[in-house]
Design a protein around this ligand. Structure first.
Ligand code: NCD
Length: 317
């Protein structure tokens, strides 16, 4: 089963073979991106619109660069200045854009499920760039590619995802992807930041970093997502760093060759010690950013191929 999807809305519906196909193509795009001339015409003639209803640095920049490197016409909608501010609904905005015949719509939205809803209303391929605390599929795919390249495989690894799991779409998408690829996933964090019934996802839950990190191959740190918290989930940042912040002493419990990951944006001294984040022997945080561009190129390339395959035959321009 290769990737036949019309949209990329989440990891949940993907088969392991589809994930592998996206990662294999992304590997090829990593090579292209390291060349002096980084151009392909995989999306030539196609229009990509990026709609970010929530702040973003890495994800938006990397979707834009990915589209441009593949030759698409890329437009970034300034959502702060858009008619959404005048009361237009998400669906009306989407229908307006749809009438301009985009081929790819990249959407980030603060509400879980908003991107799925939008995908039902438009004719183009929709890519979820993060919806609420639900899914962030390209982040999980870029994390998977980073792990596969660093460890030489993407199965039977012990992976600890640490911190604010409850508010994290990155954690959700990663738990599903890493589980589908037959890894052992541990979640480490304070009980107040653990979703209820999380053990149903086939993960092990810890509230002690030293126990949770024992002998893991991968340590994935998460930011405290304060914008999604509606009260005090932690006593203080100082206390949080003391118990759950990744420092050299806690990292020592992981395997000697364990890698350290973070999706960004990072809060140094809150969830991670700056020295560890910058340690090129342990941290793959910059590689994650590099893989992000390649994974987004692969995902958009495959969606465009699927679109061509299913399009009714029309007169070639
Ligand atoms: C993450 C996100 O937006 O979900 N960041 C990202 O996409 N690189 C994680 C976060 O905001 O902490």
């Amino acid at each position: 089963m290769t990737f036949r999807g019309k949209h990329l809305l989440g990891i949940e519906p993907l088969y392991p073979e589809e994930i592998r196909e996206i990662l294999d193509l992304a590997d090829q795009y990593v090579d292209l991106n390291r060349r002096a001339l980084k151009h392909s015409d995989a999306l030539a003639g196609l229009t990509q619109i990026n709609m970010f209803f929530e702040n973003s640095t890495r994800t938006q920049a990397s979707f834009e660069l990915a589209g441009k490197r593949l030759g698409a016409d890329v437009m970034n909608m300034a959502m702060q200045a858009s008619s959404i501010k005048k009361g237009e609904t998400l669906v009306d905005t989407a229908l307006t854009l749809n009438a301009m015949h985009p081929d790819l719509l990249v959407v980030r939205h603060p509400h879980s499920g908003a991107v799925d809803l939008l995908a039902e209303k438009v004719n183009c391929a929709v890519l979820n760039a993060g919806d609420g605390r639900h899914e962030h599929p390209t982040q999980a795919l870029l994390d998977a590619l980073t792990i596969r390249r660093a460890k030489g495989r993407l199965h039977r690894l012990n992976i600890a995802i640490c911190g604010d799991i409850a508010h994290s779409r990155v954690a959700r998408s990663n738990i599903m992807l890493l589980g589908k690829m037959e890894n052992r996933v541990r979640l480490v964090g304070p009980p107040t930041l653990m979703p209820s019934r999380i053990a149903d996802f086939g993960v092990e839950v810890y509230d002690d970093m030293r126990e949770g990190l024992k002998d893991v191959d991968v340590v994935m740190m998460l930011r405290l997502q304060r914008e999604r918290m509606d009260g005090g989930f932690i006593p203080s940042e100082r206390e949080y760093y003391h118990r759950f912040g990744l420092d050299a002493e806690k990292l020592d419990f992981a395997k000697k060759d364990a890698i350290v990951m973070h999706p960004g944006p990072m809060n140094r001294g809150v969830e991670i010690d700056g020295t560890i984040a910058d340690d090129i022997n342990r941290s793959v945080i910059q590689e994650q950013v590099e893989m992000g561009v390649a994974v987004r190129m692969a995902a958009m390339d495959l969606l465009a191929r699927n679109r061509r395959a299913s399009a009714p035959k029309t007169i070639e321009a």
